[in-house]
Design a protein around this ligand. Sequence first.
Ligand SMILES: Cc1cc2nc3c(=O)[nH]c(=O)nc-3n(C[C@H](O)[C@H](O)[C@H](O)COP(=O)(O)OP(=O)(O)OC[C@H]3O[C@@H](n4cnc5c(N)ncnc54)[C@H](O)[C@@H]3O)c2cc1C
Length: 267
Amino acid sequence: MFYDEVKILEQKELAPGIWQMELEAPEVARQAKPGQFVNLYVNDPSMLLPRPISICEADPEKGILTLIYAVVGKGTEVFATYEAGTMLRLMGPLGNGFPLERGGEEDVRELFLVGGGLGIPPMLFLARKLHEKYPEKPIRIFNGFRSTPWIEEAFYPYGEVFSASDDGASGFMGNVIDAMEYKRIFTDEKIKAVLYACGPIPMMKAIQNWQTAYNMESWFSLEERMGCGFGACAGCPANLRMPDGSIMKKGVCKLGPVFPGEDVIFQ
Ligand SMILES: Cc1cc2nc3c(=O)[nH]c(=O)nc-3n(C[C@H](O)[C@H](O)[C@H](O)COP(=O)(O)OP(=O)(O)OC[C@H]3O[C@@H](n4cnc5c(N)ncnc54)[C@H](O)[C@@H]3O)c2cc1C
């Protein structure tokens, strides 16, 4: 994990209020794993807490890190004003990341990646890594957007891509779960699949229901309001089922943000 000053190489608005930031961050790009995140600090002493953003792509050769973020509040509003050349403080890579090795097991016949909204960016890094590691394994990627997609094409080299949008601007009209149901992707209970997901809670709850009906393993990346980002402040608890069946609150930033789907208790 590094704490460093990094340079913004490029910033562009992909869709209204959704920005892509490229950073020169060689050490983080070298160490990053899909599903991990970085803590970005605002260059303003009145905003002390860092903003956690998932790693959308990492290029270890060029030393470039790509992040995609939505402007939702004060910090992200300031990030969007930064131009190429601005220096930023960053800590990362943080968190555990998705377990890639699960997808490689012989009896696993298919891999599903499901992203909803700002849960889509980390799935791009994951899709590339899974495709590079297991080129023979079918990967089906479901992305749910509010309206016009913003990074859909970047997924094309890595699997079969399906998009859904609330307003029907592209692909299936409805949410990503509706699209998966429409495609009837889970029809054979005997085919073992691994599903990786990041997105809104209702999306992950629906996936949990499928999990009990089919021979499927799922991994969820959770988002909680965070303080420090590395387990020191106990500021981001999630309810998790422990191996003995008890339920405990555990910090998302350090133990997660990725957890086995069956262990997550949504409120
Ligand atoms: C592991 C993780 C990965 C994330 N990845 C992305 C991503 O790839 N793209 C993206 O757009 N957003 C992502 N988020 C959400 C992002 O961190 C918040 O949208 C952002 O911190 C909001 O900051 P703000 O100052 O604009 O909002 P404000 O509401 O003004 O923030 C006030 C404080 O609350 C914290 N906060 C607010 N919303 C969240 C939130 N949803 N999660 C955690 N802390 C929050 C802020 O960090 C800040 O400390 C992620 C969150 C987590 C926990």
